[in-house]
Every structure is written in structure tokens, then in C-alpha cells.
Design a protein around this ligand. Sequence first.
Ligand code: NAP
Length: 543
Amino acid sequence: MIMNEPESSEIPSYGVVIIGAGVSGLYQLYKSREIGVSALVLESGTDVGGTWYWNRYPGARFDSESYSYGYSFSQDLLDQWDWQERFSAQPENLRYLQHVSERFDLRSDIRFQSVVTQCTFDETSNEWQVEVEDGFKVRCRFLVTAIGILSKPLIPDFDGMEDFKGPSFHTARWPHDEVVFTGKRVGIIGTGATAVQLIQEVAKTAEHLTVFQRSPNWCAPLHNGPIDPAEMADIRSHYDEIFERCRKSFSGFIHDSDERRALDVSEEEREALYEELYAAPGFGIWIGNFRDVLVDEAANATLSDFIARKIRERVEDKQLAEKLIPRDHGFGTRRVPMETGYYEVYNQDNVLLVDVNETPIEKVTIDGIQCSDQEHPFDLIVYATGFDAVMGPYKSIKFTGSDGRTLAEKWETGPSTYLGLATAGFPNMFTLVGPHNASTFCNMPRCIEQNVEWVSTFLEQLFSSDITRVEVNIDAEEEWTEHVYESVQRMLFSKVDSWFMGVNKNIEGRDTRTFMLYVGGFPSYTERCDDVAKDGYRGFIMS
Ligand code: NAP
């Protein structure tokens, strides 16, 4: 074991402290052990799982093909784990991550119920001091954040929220006990990817469901289904090819764009591909489409028209159908919610859509929600109102870097990083799935494995040398940040308000577009990271 524990200190010390026990934190712990570095994970929840621990609302499931989502690093794990559904649901996803934790005995190095409040870099020892809400302190040579980009839930500040007499909660803080909708009047605020998954489920049993929509999203069919043992055996025999395909695709999925342009082919050919993708499982319709649909407005309009026609076919009430069709952005220029009968829900007698642009929410009352025209009585209110995405998790911990400046101060007007993995002024710190990192627009575990493996190889070299401090050169950071913005400029994402662009109507001052992700593609990102490593970790200053 390579240890960096000052013997006299009362505060425990580790080679690496990892914040978060989700998909990235668990793998970082596994790899840290593999390279012989002592590691401790601090996790705010009571169990492992991250996203799949917190988001336990009915309907929560992968939008990635299950077999492309699991870890690829262990053949034994691949041999043992059978996926039951093409797009596996939250309970099984959590079980999977629990299984991984048990299989590799990860829990023994995880401290649960540990909400990290601050992390301070100590210039004299070149160590981080990490503090937990309950008073626990730990020091480490390297700090690795595995806190995700969609982990800080956001509930808008409606008047009277505390007055409501029934239960109410955010989707990412769903109760651990079963929530029964039968015989209940339920209100759901929001129509993002989370709400779409939830609405489909609640509508099945609720006495009445009211959906409060501010902006419709373009949704596409998921086409989930079971995986039988024969199919699972076939998948297992092709894992190498599946992961290779993901590695080569733009965003780590099994889907990759069609080489043709929508505007170069005949209308029949265009429609044929749209029909084929609409009928096929998963994100193909979004990221496996003609290569110009996410970059060219005219091409995108052909796809948006196609999806709008589908919505009109599926929703019986013509006026309602029009309300469900987005007007302010084209298909795929915001995250596409995947659905199973979502539009048909609005044909049910027990479901009402309230357009809050027409009748705004005025306040929450004792009995329900008061809109400008009427009060809607509820037994249960669900806030499917999203997250303080990307920056939120980083701003909720006080990271103080080498010059006494906090990360929140540094990133006040937007993130700037090197490879989305480190940031100048914060030595010995790596940000898995950080802002401007390829994993932000990726089939997460595929990019997470790349992130963790790259960081771990670097750490292994650092621990086997005399280097005690590594930090980003500001020139390298500026160059990367420029490249991040260049990569999005050609894409239609940059012309639309969304969490991709850092816009959040619920947070004051967050109305300017500041790009949060990286859309230069997974293969070229990997190549760049590998290049940096081969070039002696170009862009990092080591001492
Ligand atoms: P979201 O996309 O930010 O959606 C939040 C919804 O709440 C939006 O419809 C928003 O409307 C609405 N809203 C917020 N404040 C409101 C207010 N004051 N009044 C009325 N409506 C309000 O959040 P999300 O649905 O939780 O999804 C976030 C991300 O999580 C997704 O984009 C996706 O990346 C990820 N996700 C992944 C999966 C999966 O992989 N299976 C599933 C779910 C989510 P506006 O649009 O008008 O702001």
C-alpha cells in the first residue's frame, strides 16, 4: 500500500478522498485500491447508488440500453449479472450497484450519511482537509469529486408551500416507503425527462392527476421490453463489440449518427428513417439520426415536423395536442425525455394538463395549488422541477483552493476547467463528470470509466514519484475552455435555453447562456486525454 498518512495527526489521512458513492465514486474507489492508494468515500446517502439511490420515483429507469450501461471493467461481473429489461428500472439499477459494492467489498471504505460541507487546500502540506456536516474531518493528498451533475434538486419558491396539508416532495427526494396513488388526487409540477417517466406511472392508478406544464418537451418512445435468458446470453457473448461500439460513438451509446444529411435525401427516404427510428428502442431518434439534424435548423425542422405529427396522431384532443408540441426549440436541442405511452395519458379522463403560461400558479394552499383561474385540490404534490444542474453540486460544497478563492467564486459566471477534470487554483483535485467533461453528454458509465481510468493512471504515477502537488496551467485551461465553446457553437443546443446552457428560470441571474457540457464527442475527448497523458501530462504543473 502506498500511504500518505502523517503519523502524528489525529485527523485520519488518506491518499484519496472521493466524494460520492454513485457510479463514478464506486469505480474510483475500486481503481484507487487497485493502484495501491488508500481511499475513503464520503457519501451523503445511507447507501451506495448516487442517482439510482436518490431518484426512486416510480417510472425511473435507464434511457441507455441496460447492457451498455453496466461497468465493463470486470469480466466476472459481466458474466454474473443478468439484465432483466432492455431499459432497466431504478430498483434493479440500485440492486446492481449494491451487488457491485458487495462483490468488491466497497462498503468497507465508504462513510455514509456524510454530507461534505467544505474542502480546503492546505498550502503547507499540499493536502486537502475535508469536513463533513457531523463534524468528521479527514485529510487527503488528492481529492476526487464524484458528485454528479444532476444531484442538487431544485424546488421553486412557491408561496404557501409549507401550508399544504398533504405530503409533497421533489422527485429526487422520493420517500423510501412505497407511495400509493390509488384513490388520490395528485399534482405534478414539471414536464422534463423525470416528470414524463413519473406521469406515465401515476396516471395508471391515481384517482386524478393534474400536470402543470410550463414548457412542453419533445418526447420519443423508449420501446422497453424484457430481456429473456437467450437474449441475455447473446448480449453476453457480444459485450466486447458492444463496448467497442460505444467507445467509438459520439456520446458513448450504441447509437451513432447516420452519415447522410436529412436535406440531401428525398422526402421518402427521410421519412423512412424517421419512422424506423421512432419505432426502434432508445435514443436512436435523437443521436442516431441524420448527421445534420442537431446542427442545421432546416434539417431539424423536418424532424420536429415529423414528431409533431406523431403527437397529433396520439393525442385525441386537438387543442391539447398543440399544447404538448414545443414551439420554442426544435427536437433534440434539449434533452429528449423518453416515454412509454406518455401522450396517451392525456386521453385519459382522470388526467388534466394545466398550462401555467395561461393560468399561472399563484401559490400552494392548505388543500392544493391555486392557479390564476381556480384552486386544484390535491392529496399529494410532486415537484418534478429539476435540478440546479452541473454547477449546483459544486457550489453546495465550499471548495477553497490555493489562493483562498472558492470554486463558487471562480465559477461565478460559468465553469472553466482543463478537460473537465481539473481546474486552475485547485491543486490535487480531480472532477469526475465535471463541467466541460465529455461525460456530461454521454452514456454516463462509458465516459465515467474513461474518466476514472485516466485519473487513476495519473494518480498511480504521482504516488510512485516525489510529486506532491499537481495543478492546472491557466493557459491549458483557457485553451480547453475555448475549445469547449467552439464545439457547441455549431450545434443547435447553443441557441436554446436549457440546463445544457446553464439557464434556469428558477434561479436569479441564471438567464444567460453559459455552456455546461462538452459536445466535441467521446472518441476525440478520449484521444485528447490520452495525448495529454502521453505528453507527460501536458497542461499540468507538477512539483
Ligand atoms: P428538468 O428537465 O429541468 O425539468 C424540470 C421541469 O420542471 C421542466 O418542465 C420545468 O419547466 C418545470 N418547472 C420548473 N420550475 C417550474 C415552475 N416554477 N413552474 C412550472 N414548471 C416548472 O428536470 P428533470 O426532468 O428532473 O430532468 C433533468 C435531467 O435529468 C434530464 O434532462 C436528464 O438528463 C436527467 N434524467 C435522466 C433520466 C434517465 O436517464 N433515465 C431520467 C430523468 C432525468 P421549464 O422547462 O419551463 O423550466
